[in-house]
Design a protein around this ligand. Structure first.
Ligand code: 5GP
Ligand code: ZN
Length: 116
């Protein structure tokens, strides 16, 4: 989608630090990291949010996000120490960029706390 920040990053029109890639997804470093490792795993296909997944998208995209996240944490040796995955959805969920993405946070003991 032409006016989408993450589509521009995927297309290489806006720079980002690429951490891992697959046919269906790419992982980039978050520009404002909230943990020592803070990656964003993006489907290459533009889907605005979880609400916008078709059933076929859901079957294809969600495993692809988890597969790339798993590869990333395995490569960084973070499986054993642990990590957190988060998908913010919609305004109340805290979503600010409307191209579906999974946050992967790791590298330190994360604060335990969700919700407002
Ligand atoms: P959300 O709030 O939608 O779940 O997460 C959006 C994330 O995108 C935020 O953590 C924010 O720091 C990150 N972000 C926003 N703009 C950019 C950018 O231009 N480049 C990168 N790499 N991350 C960005
Ligand atoms: Zn997009």
């Amino acid at each position: 989608m032409s006016d989408c920040l993450f589509c521009k990053i995927i297309d290489g029109k806006i720079p980002a630090k690429r951490l891992a890639e697959s046919d269906a997804a790419i992982a980039i470093a978050d520009i404002t990291p909230q943990a020592p490792v803070h990656a964003l795993v993006l489907p290459r296909k533009h889907v605005a949010s979880l609400n916008d997944l078709t059933d076929a998208d859901r079957r294809a995209i969600m495993p692809a996000l988890y597969e790339l996240a798993d590869r990333l944490v395995a490569e960084k040796g973070l499986r054993e120490t642990g990590y957190r995955t988060v998908i913010n959805n919609g305004a109340d969920g805290g979503q600010t960029v409307f191209h579906l993405h999974m946050h992967v946070l790791a590298g330190a003991k994360l604060n335990h706390g969700f919700g407002g």
